[in-house]
Ligand binder design. Structure first.
Ligand code: PBG
Length: 363
């Protein structure tokens, strides 16, 4: 039946009608609030590129947890800024590490709060990569690289440029490697140590192959068979993480994360990542970032029956805050609209720096 019998505007006439037929509801029950825990006492230091987000000492973290809880935010995810960094990420698995201490304090003071532990090594490694780094020499010989580069240069019409191109090609060869299997041991160790400190959910965000299986096994062996895993299954190598790296002081000191985080162009590969993590024992899976990858969330929702989480990352937050500060957008409405879009795409759990603010707006 078409117009004039059908008039979709009839159900948009009043607020009561609109909410009666609303398809997607946002409630704080799905929110996870990220916190950055730092050493010291009474520290509350604002992150320059994330106004409203702070580095918090353990005592301040507890205060923040209490406030979030009182607003109806049920869960936190914790990131740590350790006192010192090294090549084996000691701060990540130290029984007295910064996140372990914060978790114990939060569970003692606000026991109902669900504490999620982000498991990654980048914040604790001196080089800022998510895994163990070993220097490597490219698998190809110098001659092969030069030959390949000169073919390219000749195709472009400049034999003279061949030498330059060969040099450039060699420069592109990574001299280091993020070692997968050696990293798994550290991730497993970190997970067990977090579970011992009272962390309720283990959330690996490193993107090493096989880490969910390794973590599940280690947790089970340590009798944490009831501790769920929320895996950052489809984590894309994204420029939207920029402000986080300032907040967590975790920018890689050389190179980038493209050899382990996913290429943003790939949705089929994202489905494979998710399928593998579920097979290895993930109880929930995450897509990250959120708004630039809503199609990935929707596809995952269609295809898999585990709860889907989405991470509205630091860059998404920073863009909203920056535009709002210029009065270019209506901040409150944009916060709720962006979170609604993530829910509508199919995420049940949403990690967002706006958790407290959104809970306030929804009350
Ligand atoms: C750790 C990690 C990152 C984020 C969450 N866990 C950064 C990264 O991969 O570089 C990003 C979160 C955000 O941008 O808000 N690996």
């Amino acid at each position: 039946m078409a117009f004039p019998a059908t008039r979709l505007r009839r159900l948009r006439r009043t607020g009561a009608l609109r909410s009666m037929v609303r398809e997607t509801w946002l409630t704080p029950e799905n929110f996870v609030y990220p916190l950055f825990v730092c050493p010291g006492d009474g520290v509350r230091k604002e992150v320059r590129s994330m106004p409203g987000v702070f580095n918090l000492s353990v005592d301040e973290t507890v205060k923040e947890a209490r406030e979030a809880h009182s607003l109806g935010v049920p869960a936190l995810i914790l990131f740590g800024l350790p006192e010192k960094k090294d090549e084996v990420a000691s701060g990540a698995w130290d029984e007295n590490g910064i996140v372990q201490r914060a978790a114990r304090a939060i569970k003692a003071e606000v026991p109902e709060m669900v504490v999620i532990g982000d498991v990654c090594l980048c914040e604790y490694m001196s080089h800022g990569h998510c895994g163990v780094v070993r220097s490597s020499h490219g698998p190809r010989s110098v001659g092969a690289a030069a030959r390949e580069a000169s073919v390219v240069a000749v195709k472009r019409g400049g034999v003279a440029k061949a030498a330059d191109a060969a040099a450039a090609k060699l420069a592109q060869q990574p001299e280091y490697e993020i070692v997968n299997d050696a990293t798994l041991e550290l991730l497993a160790k970190t997970s067990v140590s977090l579970a011992r400190a009272g962390v309720d959910v283990i959330a690996p965000s490193d993107m090493m192959d096989g880490r969910v299986g390794a973590i599940r096994k280690a947790l089970d062996e340590a009798r944490f068979e009831n501790t769920p895993i929320l895996s950052y299954a489809a984590k894309f190598s994204s420029a939207f993480y920029g402000p986080f790296r300032e907040a967590a002081d975790s920018a890689p000191q050389f190179g980038d994360r493209r050899s382990y985080q996913m290429d943003g162009a790939n949705i089929r590969e994202a489905m494979r990542e998710i399928a593998l993590d579920i097979e290895e024992g993930a109880d929930m899976v995450m897509v990250k970032p959120a708004m630039p990858y809503l199609d990935v969330i929707a596809a995952a929702r269609e295809r898999f029956d585990v709860p889907i989480a989405a991470y509205q990352v630091s860059g998404e937050y920073a863009m909203i805050e920056a535009a709002a500060r210029n009065n270019w957008i209506d901040r409150d409405r944009v916060i709720l609209e962006s979170l609604t879009s993530i829910r509508r795409a199919g995420a049940s759990v949403i990690v967002t720096y706006h958790a407290k603010e959104a809970a306030r707006l929804l009350s």
